[in-house]
Write a protein that binds this ligand. Structure first.
Ligand SMILES: *Cc1c(COP(=O)(O)O)cnc(C)c1O
Length: 395
């Protein structure tokens, strides 16, 4: 791999494997299996002696999937990556492949709903002890991480309140006790935050979000050291079946080509919108990580190169105002997805975080008036007019 390339170049050329036809655009190898010239080669592949070029079965690996894995690994400056069928297959694999009954982990409590299910419900069912902390409070991490803590898990930017966790500080605390740092970096994006460089050992993406970026396919990826990815992670995933489809890998591969351009355009618009709607009479507050008044503004400045593509609006009039706002939007669509070319808005307390108790929601700052916005690629002026019109309607 050519590691000296800058991100934009790596995103276009990284990991490319050309067939004998020397195609310009990456080929889709839509095949489950591979044939061997002789029985000896088949035996060698299963032993793993010809690992570099030899594939065995698409659940273990596939040339198109490998191109996607190598490209994102190169972007992150990582040794290896393993692609999965969805972001949740990535989270599940990254945690389950290295945990067993009796282990202890520490997790930030502000988690994506399905991540919370794995950490709060599933892991304890298999005898893993979980301690939850407020991810932004380093004293809580310090108190929770023990000598026998196997790993810590966190979403670097939380959903939907967009809190930003200081990865370097958490990594210092975890590594002092020999615990691994596993970061779900979806909201911050690989463009704006280099979690591995900040101290994370394993980074996870739902490729469904910004990496596809146009709302088509599910996918995920786990990134880390060669030892971890080709060892316990691949061992777990190839036998449990969370493999990414070659077709979806191809969509993600092409998504990576434009990831930097899209994320930058979306982040620029997000900043304009955050500034443009600030002070509207219908708003209690605007939450945008790029805002100098954001509660973790110093951390954002240290570890992110932009405020990201997400913003949350808290309306004064509670759920009724939030619904009036959503229903008055003309360009922004009501959808719980994110990272799409289309701007999307969702009301977390009645959708993505509906399963939580009112008490849990309050603890996480998810009020009835909160609306989460994923900023798309539309014209910033059109979007601002749409938001302002809908805020007027919410009054
Ligand atoms: C969407 C998302 C996931 C899960 O990804 P899927 O591709 O939907 O399985 C995990 N973590 C975060 C932060 C997400 O936004």
């Amino acid at each position: 791999m050519t590691t000296e390339w800058n991100p934009r170049t790596a995103l276009v050329h990284g990991g490319t494997r050309r067939s004998q036809y020397a195609e310009t655009s990456e080929a889709i190898f839509l095949t489950q299996g591979f044939v061997y010239p002789d029985a000896e080669t088949a035996e060698e592949r299963f032993i793993g002696e010809t690992e570099e070029e030899g594939f065995i079965y698409a659940r273990y690996g596939n040339p198109t999937v490998r191109m996607f894995e190598d490209r994102i690994a190169q972007l992150e400056g990582a040794e290896a990556a393993f692609a999965t069928a969805s972001g949740m297959a990535a989270v599940h694999g990254a945690l389950f492949c290295q945990l067993q009954a009796g282990d202890h982990i520490v997790s930030a409590k502000a988690l994506f709903g399905s991540c919370l299910y794995i950490v709060e419900t599933l892991l304890p069912r298999f005898g893993v002890e979980v301690t939850f902390v407020d991810g932004t409070d380093m004293d809580q991490w310090r108190a929770a991480v023990r000598d026998d803590t196997k790993l810590v898990f966190l979403e670097a930017m939380s959903n939907p309140t967009l809190e930003v966790i200081d990865i370097a500080a958490v990594a210092d605390i975890a590594h002092a006790k020999g615990a691994q740092v596993v970061v779900d970096n979806v909201f911050a994006t690989p463009i704006f935050q280099r979690s591995l460089a900040l101290g994370a050992d394993v980074v996870i993406y739902s490729a469904t979000k910004h990496i596809d970026g146009q709302g088509r396919c599910l996918g995920g990826v786990v990134i880390g050291t060669e030892e971890f990815i080709r060892g316990p992670l691949e061992g777990f995933l190839k036998h449990t079946g969370g493999a990414l489809s070659p077709f979806n890998a191809w969509v993600m591969l092409k998504g990576l080509e434009t990831l930097d351009l899209r994320c930058r355009a979306q982040a620029e618009t997000a900043e304009k919108l955050a500034q443009g709607v600030a002070g509207h009479a219908a708003l209690q507050k605007v939450i945008f990580p790029g805002d100098p008044d954001h509660p973790q503004a110093d951390v954002v400045k240290r570890q992110m190169s932009a405020g990201g593509t997400m913003l949350s609006l808290e309306l004064k009039g509670g759920q009724a105002a939030a619904f009036r706002f959503l229903n008055a939007l003309k360009i922004v669509l009501i959808s719980n997805n994110l990272g799409d070319a289309k701007s999307l808005a969702t009301h977390p307390s009645t959708t993505t975080h509906q399963r939580l108790t009112e008490e849990q929601r309050q603890e996480l700052g998810i009020s009835r008036g909160l609306v989460r916005l994923s900023v798309g690629l539309e014209d910033a002026g059109d979007l601002l007019a749409d938001l302002q019109g809908a805020l007027d309607a919410a009054l």
